[in-house]
Design a protein around this ligand. Structure first.
Ligand code: TYD
Length: 204
């Protein structure tokens, strides 16, 4: 899915800002762009997001991963596939690499099992490029501490920042995934320029 890019990284890495910047830079070149966030961006996805992030009912590891995947399946069908078929770009704020990291490597499933579940549900309907914005655990902690809002279910897990930063460094995803790591330090402009360079290198 060649015009499909996912931005990935630990919480607080600046991903959402970069999704907007990348979308804007493509629009400035005359491209049509759809941005999506995960979990969410469909009616079902937003409800699943509430259960996953703000709910407090017990969730076993498999159920958790499958809820993320249910939201993703709906997003593919309702939004991503039609947009790509219409020649638009799709920029996703997280996609399956997050499941492999959070539920797999940093969670209880392990990388292989999480990647297998993703493969079963999404198959080849994957981003052509997964950009991981890398940032140190210390920097993330600083950014999170300065936020006013309370953390979600995942952010309140002990040691989660160290584990996810390390997991994003090593994640391989599903066989055939193209994962590029970009230095997330410096200004938003500098990071955006690095991301644009990778997109231009890989997808044009
Ligand atoms: P995100 O929307 O990036 O966080 P924020 O609301 O702070 O912008 O992601 C929500 C949380 O969900 C984040 O802690 C990571 C987690 N997550 C998973 O555990 N697995 C997944 O597959 C995805 C997409 C997100």
């Amino acid at each position: 899915m060649s015009r499909f890019v996912a931005l990935e990284g630990a919480d607080g890495c600046g991903k959402s800002t970069q999704v907007d910047r990348l979308a804007q830079s493509l629009r400035n070149k005359g491209e049509q762009v759809v941005t999506v966030r995960e979990p969410g961006s469909t009616s079902l996805g937003e409800r699943v997001r509430d259960i996953l992030l703000d709910g407090d009912e017990p969730l076993c590891a498999e159920a958790e991963a499958l809820l993320f995947l249910a939201s993703r399946a709906q997003l593919l069908e309702e939004v991503i596939e039609p947009a790509l078929a219409a020649g638009k770009w799709v920029i996703a704020d997280r996609f399956h690499i997050s499941t492999v990291v959070y539920q797999g490597i940093a969670g209880e499933l392990g990388e292989e099992r999480a990647a297998d579940l993703c493969q079963v549900v999404i198959g080849d309907r994957r981003p052509a490029l997964n950009i991981v914005i890398e940032i140190s655990a210390e920097k993330i902690q600083e950014r999170i501490d300065s936020r006013s809002s309370a953390g979600d279910r995942f952010e309140s897990r002990p040691g989660i920042y160290d584990r996810t930063v390390a997991a994003f460094r090593q994640v391989r995803g599903i066989a055939g995934d193209r994962i590029v790591r970009v230095d997330g330090s410096g200004t938003a402009e500098q990071v955006a320029a690095r991301i644009e360079k990778e997109v231009a290198l890989v997808l044009r």
